[in-house]
Design a protein around this ligand. Structure first.
Ligand code: DAH
Length: 340
């Protein structure tokens, strides 16, 4: 009888190991049910001697709990596997149109241009800094060698904050001053950001727009470095086929100063309405940092030289994609934005 119980347990375990949920229930009935093999044994105990009864009884009872445990753990395994299979099959693809019937978002063209330009300058060894949209007159003007009463401070162009000495920055150039105040040379940085001008809007002007300022200060920096870096940037941004021209100009914070023109992207230099038949369009301003600017941040202007540049993000985006009205960037018409 003892052997018999052990055999029963072995046999049961073997069956349980490979059973599915339904078979496992049948096995339970077969061994532990009303007429199950072990139940039969327990029922027949009265036929045995007192000694055997105790012995067989306890063996049969522990066999019962072994089989019960096996069945429970098999059921648990089966449940888990079934759940996993189900989850695999029913895995939701949230990117599918069924779950997300709205079109996916994308970056605004202005943001895209800022990102593109930043990554080109990063590849040339520049870091990216942030300036402040609310500035003092010192950062926006004086430190940049724009003295009081200079026409660039014309009240027409600047939004002053009532009752304060502060204003909305009219360009990203004050970013140069903050960077130089916070670090010693060498400096290679670009500062993208929003700027404000108090002027009426038309196809090429808007009271809020974006600029990217660039600044490099080190020993022995010359105009050649400026030309090389800007030419490389323009070629990477517009393509290597485009013609570039540096034209003398004037900015208070650079000396000498230049404006960079590129071959008109609308007519390939043949002459059109946009380039006023000149074949060239003006892209950005630049120059060698004026010694007064270096002095304003306590840089040794005998030891260090630098170059700076500033470009309009809306303008360069319009050139790149052939957009003829700056206001399109701010109307946020989805038919326009979806093209980018
Ligand atoms: N701040 C100038 C503007 O708003 C742009 C500019 C020109 C920035 C020449 C510069 C520069 O750093 O060197 O029109």
């Amino acid at each position: 009888m003892n052997n018999n119980i052990e055999e029963i347990v072995k046999e049961a375990i073997l069956q349980i190991k490979t059973a599915d949920l339904k078979t496992v229930e049948n096995i339970k009935i077969k061994y532990l049910g009303k007429n199950g093999a072990l139940t039969q044994i327990l029922k027949s105990l009265s036929n045995f001697s007192a000694k055997d009864r105790k012995n067989i009884g306890s063996k049969a009872n522990s066999a019962k709990s072994v089989i019960e445990n096996e069945i429970e753990s098999r059921k648990e395994t089966l449940r888990k596997t079934l759940l996993e299979e189900k989850m695999q099959k029913e895995k939701l693809d949230y990117s599918s149109d069924f779950y997300f019937p709205f079109s996916k978002g994308s970056f605004h063209p202005i943001m895209q241009t800022i990102q593109d330009i930043c990554s080109i300058f990063k590849s040339l060894g520049f870091s990216v800094a942030q300036g402040y949209e609310i500035e003092t007159q010192w950062y926006n003007f004086e430190a940049l060698n724009i003295p009081k009463n200079h026409p660039a401070r014309d009240v027409q162009d600047t939004f002053y904050l009532e009752g304060t000495e502060e204003l909305l920055r009219t360009h990203t150039s004050p970013g140069q001053i903050h960077v130089m105040e916070s670090q010693k040379p060498p400096v290679r940085v670009i500062v993208p950001g929003r700027v404000y001008r108090n002027e009426a809007s038309d196809a090429t002007h808007f009271s809020t727009f974006h600029q990217i300022e660039g600044l490099a200060v080190d020993e022995d920096i010359t105009f050649v470095d400026l030309k090389a870096v800007l030419s490389d940037f323009i070629h990477k941004f517009f393509g290597y086929g485009i013609d570039i021209s540096f034209r003398p100009s004037h900015f208070q914070f650079t000396e000498p100063s230049a404006e960079v023109d590129v071959q008109c992207v609308f007519c390939n230099g043949k002459g059109c309405r946009v380039c006023k038949n000149s074949g060239w369009i003006e892209l950005l301003g630049c120059g060698i940092v004026h010694p007064n600017v270096l002095k304003a941040v306590n840089y040794d202007s005998e030891k260090y030289t630098g170059y700076a540049f500033g470009l309009g993000v809306e303008r360069i985006t319009m050139f790149k994609y052939g957009i003829d009205d700056i206001r399109l960037f701010y109307e946020n018409d989805l038919r326009f934005l979806k093209q980018f």
